[in-house]
Design a protein around this ligand. Structure first.
Ligand SMILES: C[S@@+](CC[C@H](N)C(=O)[O-])C[C@H]1O[C@@H](n2cnc3c(N)ncnc32)[C@H](O)[C@@H]1O
Length: 351
């Protein structure tokens, strides 16, 4: 039954938020789980879906995002006052949110209609060692193509500085944003010669940072008591606006088919993070076929890399960084990583 599955999902979300250090969201998700039967009208689009489909659709993050968006908007003073940074009272937040939902459920339904578009810039700290691996193994400049890029913050990966503690540092130490992550395992190829000759990205619904409502929506997907994530987002958004980052509106399978053909003299690198679960099975198949088709045409002089940071099928965790590099086309696990980029457990010695 939908409400039983939703209750389990919000209880699980409370545990995830607690383990990720968000005390406020852990408490709020726990309160939502208790009252889930009162919220039926918000979840009617998922009637008939099983537990796995609800997890894949990230319904809990959709709903939490809709509440945080209301808090950020200032349209409901009681909600704003209870949410961080103004407050830290999940009980008061939930009581105020329930009153707001009763007054205007359509506002929440509209927010929840699209899957989460969290653009988590610290995921670049997990993707970086993958790009370094491609550069080290192909010894070619990189042409980067990001799928499901949201606002495109992770296109700027070459411009951020990275700090993995004693394990390594990378990038320009004077960069406006340093991404710090824990590192375990052998060293990555930190010294690889990296030259990015082009970057491009697509999303089926690109988020426009210059639009205040879209920017607020992006922030709403961050967890309200995680101020460091908010600060990283603001710094990366400022960099992206200054750099003129763009994301093309396109379906990833069509775009990859049209754009990811290997080219002589560059390593074409298709990458994505926390995106695969939102594709229909048909789109997943079409995308795999498009990439494999381009892979079959790859040569040593025109290689193709497919780098992805994604959960292992059907479960939110663990999240793996995997690389397939053509010619050859062997699928390799590079690392197990934290969903928001806080840690990298590096797996390989390189072949
Ligand atoms: C959770 S966000 C992740 C954004 C970004 N990759 C990151 O890690 O910060 C998933 C993104 O995938 C996009 N998406 C979902 N289905 C897509 C499709 N068929 N083609 C292109 N983008 C898609 C969504 O619009 C959303 O912006």
């Amino acid at each position: 039954m939908l409400s039983d599955d939703l209750q389990r999902i919000f209880q699980g979300q409370a545990g995830i938020c607690a383990s990720f250090g968000s005390r406020f969201y852990a408490a709020l998700a726990g309160r939502i789980a208790e009252d889930i039967a009162e919220l039926g009208c918000l979840f009617t689009p998922w009637e008939g879906d099983d537990y796995a489909a609800l997890i894949a659709a990230a319904v809990s993050l959709r709903f939490l995002g809709s509440l945080h968006d209301l808090a950020l908007s200032g349209d409901d003073l009681a909600v704003t006052a209870a949410f961080p940074p103004a407050g830290d009272d999940a009980d008061a937040a939930w009581e105020a949110a329930k009153a707001a939902i009763a007054r205007d459920p359509a506002r929440f339904q509209a927010f929840m209609a699209h899957e989460p578009q969290t653009n988590e810039v610290r995921r670049s700290a997990c993707l970086l060692p993958g790009f370094l691996t491609v550069a080290a193994e192909t010894k070619l400049p990189l042409a980067c193509l990001e799928l499901g890029a949201s606002a495109g913050l992770n296109q700027l990966w070459p411009r951020y500085a990275y700090d993995y503690g004693e394990a390594g540092r990378w990038g320009d130490a004077a960069a406006p944003l340093t991404l710090a992550a824990d590192w375990t395992g052998p060293p990555a190829p930190w010294g690889a010669d990296v030259c990015v000759v082009s970057t491009a990205a697509c999303d089926r619904k690109p988020m426009i940072l210059a639009d205040p409502l879209q920017r607020r929506r992006l922030k709403a997907y961050l967890w309200p008591d995680q101020t460091e994530r908010m600060e990283r987002f603001d710094a990366a958004a400022t960099m992206a606006l200054a750099a003129g980052v763009t994301v093309e509106a396109a379906d990833a399978a069509d775009w990859a088919k049209a754009r990811a053909a290997p080219r002589d003299g560059v390593a074409t690198c298709v990458y994505h993070s926390i995106f695969w679960q939102y594709l229909s099975a048909a789109t997943q198949g079409a995308l795999e076929a498009a990439i494999a088709g381009h892979g079959a045409a790859a040569t040593e002089a025109a290689p193709l890399a497919w780098l992805r940071m994604e959960p292992v099928a059907g479960q939110p965790f663990p999240i793996e960084l995997r690389l397939t590099l053509w010619p050859g086309g062997e699928d390799r696990l590079l690392a197990t990583v934290h969903a928001h980029g806080a840690a990298v457990e590096w797996a390989p010695p390189a072949p």
